[in-house]
Design a protein. Structure first.
Length: 202
């Protein structure tokens, strides 16, 4: 197997839509960034490093920074290496709230087996989250329409399908996928009810 040289790693980082970062638990700060976070959020590495001392509480709603801290603590107390996923809201330098999906796992341990560094991969899922929220609303409207209101159901089904058509293949993975597919599944079930109603009226 070919060793990952700095040249190869830099090439991987350049073409990847994912941010990679390393958090030092002893120093309680981020010590490495692949650079994408700076481009997406607009902060310098030094600014992000400063924010990292308290788990980015200045950039995240309290609920989300607490979730991040809990996820890192889960890694600290796990008996074996695991990967923990989290979805967080993060404020960029233009005061716009972005949605970020991250995976975390232990990178290094000391001689006693205590974790010392955590590596994370993160990606901006703001577009996907917006579609998810739109779909949730439209599916809710769909289920509120009585099955006998065929024309109204057709209009609402069309609204749902228009949102579904905006999803791209690279949008789908992990916990969020299950929620999205659940909404789609409900839509299909409702569509079947509509078709049955049409058949009964023939």
């Amino acid at each position: 197997m070919t060793a990952i040289t700095p040249k190869i790693w830099n090439a991987i980082v350049d073409i990847s839509p994912v941010q990679f970062g390393v958090y030092d638990l002893e120093q309680q700060m981020q010590i490495y960034s692949s650079g994408l976070a700076e481009k997406v959020l607009g902060y310098s590495f030094e600014e992000l490093q400063e924010f990292s001392h308290d788990f980015y509480k200045e950039l995240m709603p309290e609920e989300d920074s607490g979730k991040l801290e809990n996820n890192l603590n889960q890694l600290l107390h796990a008996e074996e290496d695991i990967m923990v996923e989290g979805i967080y809201r993060v404020l960029d330098k233009q005061n716009k709230m972005l949605w970020v999906r991250s995976n975390h796992r232990v990178l290094e341990r000391d001689q006693d087996g205590k974790p010392t560094k955590i590596i994370s991969s993160s990606e901006d899922i703001s577009e996907l989250k917006e579609l998810e929220q739109q779909l949730e609303v439209e599916v809710g409207k769909l289920y509120a329409i009585p099955s006998e209101n065929i024309e109204e159901l057709k209009v609402q089904l069309n609204a749902v399908n228009n949102i579904m058509c905006q999803f791209k293949e690279n949008h789908f993975s992990s916990e969020m996928d299950r929620r999205l597919w659940n909404y789609m599944h409900h839509s299909v079930r409702k569509m079947n009810e509509v078709m049955e109603g049409i058949d009964l009226k023939k």
